[in-house]
Design a protein around this ligand. Structure first.
Ligand code: SAH
Ligand code: SF4
Ligand code: F3S
Length: 483
């Protein structure tokens, strides 16, 4: 082990926030073993891919990236190549078949074994895998245990920013939407113990974290029952976390429409640290499609939820959504119903996906993937155009307003131009977010990163608010800073 300081890790992460968090944990555990990060595969002696199976395209990208390592592994057989995450759990042995030079395959429930598996592969050679039990592979208790994660291992240097963090409150999913692979890759729904969640949030706050985003596939269905019978729901958790000094913003994603109840919405209204931002995927605006998706609600249910949000939070809340277009059997009329509902709900933004058949799901087994790709693409573009127009129209109400913004970092545009000589003391283009998750771009000094500051908005587009840094109180006179 005297070559410890030479260990270099390259890690590539795709997929949702769960995966970003998992990568953070894996990197933290390997750092403790003496690894440092590198951004080049040729420089690395360990290469990990944290993978996603939600759409075929995500998997294809990973297999292509793996294919590009074939020669690298041939020339440097000592290099350890690992595949972790949802595609590891879903494809298992198939990964070794498609990419025989892969050394380890590790499911999302076994990530704590990665340091040992890497050592084993390096010392003993051979292929190694660690995976969770399938949904029918034993007693529920054993299946659940095989999906446990190792969350409390937090390392601020591993996060994209030290002042923001994800915190998992729920593992897995039991909703079984017919198109979705997640219940198979992430296992049964389990609410983590609120005491563990609270302790982890405190550690994060002590590390200087101002914003935490609570994660769960259906985060607002969160439920934990203690051995003494005491039940904790998301609203209770929000009250508990609100008391932690140092935390300034608490977000939670992703929500399930039917569980968006008054108790939770009142907590969002009454707790000023809780962001008035609700990501509640609708998926389709057609009852027949929703039924084929087995989403468990109707358009009327979703409308009722929007009314509850409106009643409790007024226009203070920003609601966003996900959609799948071209799901099995989706007719033009059914698609138009989705367009109409997007017009009606006026989401802050929507993520729109073309249906991708996932082997092993109910839809793949029972419903034909019969909408042609170019129809899916057209519907995707059409819905996106409608959403973008709405986002831009609705953003106009922020013109001239001054909003508190958490400064996240340099804007992408600036990052792209970073070859140019820069006066590091001068203002550069920064990006941040409002409490309700709107992206704001403005010029300012890098020392503002991590601060919540006031920004006066002077221009808007569908995706961003453009502004300038202002001093004084949020309602006071506008004074330009440091330009
Ligand atoms: N748990 C979250 C979603 C997780 S997956 C929820 O229930 O909302 C993120 C998004 O990917 C989903 O909201 C859905 O819009 C999309 N998605 C999931 N499976 C898909 C598939 N087979 N094809 C295309 N999009 C899919
Ligand atoms: Fe997938 Fe549905 Fe569970 Fe979301 S709620 S993770 S879409 S099965
Ligand atoms: Fe993908 Fe797994 Fe997340 S399938 S979306 S990485 S839970």
């Amino acid at each position: 082990m005297n070559d410890r300081s030479l260990r270099k890790l390259y890690i590539e992460t795709v997929g949702c926030q769960m995966n970003m968090l998992d990568s953070e944990m894996v990197v933290a555990s390997l750092r403790r073993k003496g690894y440092e990060l590198t951004d080049s595969t040729s420089d690395a002696d360990t290469i990990l891919f944290n993978t996603c199976s939600v759409r075929e395209q995500a998997e294809n990208k990973t297999y292509s990236a793996l294919g590009r390592l074939r020669d690298e592994k041939k020339n440097h057989p000592q290099k350890i190549i690992g595949v972790m995450g949802c595609m590891a759990q879903k494809d298992q042995e198939l990964i070794f078949k498609k990419a025989p030079f892969v050394d380890i395959v590790v499911g999302p429930g076994q990530l704590q074994q990665i340091p040992d598996l890497i050592e084993k592969a390096r010392n003993e050679g051979g292929r190694h895998k660690a995976l969770s039990l399938g949904r029918t592979d034993g007693a529920l208790r054993d299946i659940k245990r095989s999906h446990e994660t190792f969350d409390p291992l937090r390392d601020p240097t591993m996060r994209p920013t030290p002042f923001q963090a994800f915190l998992r409150i729920q593992i897995g999913c039991d909703k079984f939407c017919t198109y979705c692979i997640v219940p198979m890759t992430r296992g049964p729904e389990q609410g983590r113990d609120p005491l563990l969640i609270f302790d982890e949030a405190k550690i994060l706050a002590d590390q200087g974290c101002k914003e935490i985003t609570l994660l769960g596939q259906t985060v607002n269905s969160y439920k934990h029952v203690a051995p003494d019978g005491k039940q904790t729901r998301l609203a209770d958790l929000l009250y508990q976390l609100h008391g932690i000094d140092g935390l300034e913003r608490i977000k939670f994603v992703t929500n399930y429409p039917k569980d968006m109840n008054y108790e939770l919405l009142s907590a969002v209204r009454d707790l000023d640290k809780v962001s008035p931002y609700l990501h509640v995927p609708l998926q389709s605006g057609s009852n027949s499609v929703l039924q084929r998706m087995k989403r468990g609600y109707t358009v009327a249910d979703y409308r009722a939820m929007m009314s509850r949000i409106e009643e409790t939070l007024g226009d203070a809340a920003a609601v966003s959504s996900d959609f799948i277009v071209g799901f099995c059997g989706e007719t033009e009329e059914e698609f138009e119903e989705t367009v109409n509902l997007v017009e009606e709900c006026r989401f802050k933004n929507s993520f729109i996906f073309k249906y991708s058949e996932r082997p092993g799901t109910k839809a793949a087994n029972h419903l034909p993937d019969d909408v042609p790709f170019d129809v899916k693409r057209r519907r995707n573009n059409e819905l996106l155009d409608v959403q973008n127009r709405i986002s831009e129209e609705d953003n106009h109400r922020f013109l001239g307003q001054t909003l508190p913004v958490l400064v996240e970092g340099k804007s992408k545009r600036f990052d792209k131009q970073s070859d140019e000589p820069v006066d590091t003391n001068g203002p550069i283009q920064l990006t941040g977010r409002t409490h309700d998750d709107r992206i704001v771009v403005f010029d300012g000094n890098t020392r503002l990163i991590g601060e919540i500051i006031s920004i006066g908005v002077y221009e808007v587009s569908g995706l961003t608010l453009l502004g300038t840094v202002v001093t004084g109180s949020v309602t006071g006179d506008v004074v330009m800073l440091g330009t």
